[in-house]
Write a protein that binds this ligand. Structure first.
Ligand code: 5AD
Ligand code: FES
Length: 346
């Protein structure tokens, strides 16, 4: 087994492939600066200094799933639920466009209120506004994915959460890892720019299983990968894990971002909201360790406080307009700039 980090990083930088024990060594390394520096260099080389902004609109917090870690789970009766009508969603997209966003991410819990017909109406109206559209609305049938794609959706985001069968079964009752993988396969097959990702620090998850997650991302291969630390939510059945140290999972998430940048150098990697929730300026740190995308929230204040996947989410009292300005100056402060591309091949 080769545990010399410099040797592993050299191999990764040239070949963009590493075996399981090499990935494990990187996940375990204390020499994090070396890892982050290499990832940052590869990021600059392959995707440049531009940062892509995607406006996130959380249009419904109803969820028919019951994932043990998530505040939107259907059994969480403490959450006040909302869903927006299609016209409201389209109105928010128009506003996000006016703030200068060129890609919109529509996210919700898994909510069957939005039928194919409703979704098609929303998608067609949004595509008329000439912005790129990402959907992040959960597990659907092949026919549904096909209908959204045919209506003009550009990208789809479905996190695998974990590829560890035992952990998945325990935390995602009524769901199956096999079906989730199949959904991602279908999304890729339909020609979506395909996004996935994991939660880092789930109870029962091991570094070995994270190695498998990374290899899974490479096998698709994903075009986009979101990595974020697990954040304990007291309104869920999970009790606070004894090792739930924000710093540990922040650093581990950062390592995973860096490794993914090295292994799949040209993909989009968001600096996720969860990263900044556990660490001040966490998104800027991620942008300097391999990430190249930020997804500022463009949901109106009176809704976004109810989209409580986990507590302590950043920017809850800030308007979409404020978030747009804030992120722009933050990005400039690290000598990066905001992309003017639409975010899809033209
Ligand atoms: N901590 C961090 N991320 C979470 N998600 C759900 N619950 C949590 C939590 N407690 C993530 C999942 C989901 C995304 C919308 O939020 O990855 O796909
Ligand atoms: Fe599963 Fe929300 S209940 S992601």
């Amino acid at each position: 087994m080769n545990t010399d980090i410099t040797v592993i990083l050299n191999k990764g930088s040239i070949k963009h492939t590493l075996n399981k024990s090499e990935i494990l060594s990187l996940l375990k390394t204390k020499d994090t600066n070396k890892l982050f520096k290499v990832a940052n260099k590869i990021r600059k080389l392959y995707v440049g200094d531009e940062v892509h902004l995607r406006a996130l609109i959380e249009f419904s917090n109803y969820c028919q799933q019951n994932c043990l870690y998530c505040g939107l789970r259907r059994d969480n009766t403490k959450l006040i639920r909302y869903r927006m009508e299609p016209n409201k969603i389209i109105d928010l997209v128009q506003k996000a466009k006016d703030y200068g966003y060129k890609t919109i991410v529509l996210q919700s819990g898994q909510d069957s209120y939005y039928t194919i017909e409703k979704m098609k109406k929303i998608i067609l109206a949004i595509k008329n506004l000439n912005v790129a559209l990402t959907l992040s609305i959960g597990e659907k049938t092949f026919e549904e994915y096909r209908a959204y794609r045919n209506a003009g959706t550009d990208k789809y985001l479905l996190k695998i959460e974990t590829t560890d069968q035992n952990v998945y079964n325990k935390l995602n009752p009524g769901m199956s890892l096999k079906n989730r993988k199949n959904c991602i396969k279908n999304i890729k097959k339909l020609g979506y720019e395909t996004g996935s990702g994991i939660i880092v620090g789930l109870p029962g998850q091991t570094l070995e299983s994270i190695v498998e997650d990374i290899i899974y991302m490479q096998s698709i291969p994903v075009d986009m990968v979101g990595i974020g630390p697990f954040i304990y939510n007291p309104n869920t059945p999970i009790t606070c894990p004894p090792k739930n140290n924000n710093n540990t999972y922040f650093e581990l998430s950062l390592k995973i971002i860096a490794i993914l940048r090295i292994l799949i150098p040209d993909i989009n990697i968001p600096a996720t909201t969860a990263m900044e929730t556990v660490k001040p300026n966490g998104r800027l740190i991620a942008l300097q360790s391999g990430a190249n995308v930020v997804m500022p929230n463009a949901t109106e204040i009176n809704y976004k406080k109810y989209y409580e996947i986990y507590p302590g989410k950043i920017c809850l009292k800030d308007s979409p307009e404020h978030c747009r300005c804030c992120i722009e100056s933050k990005i400039k402060s690290i000598k990066r700039y905001i992309s003017t591309d639409v975010g899809i091949p033209q």
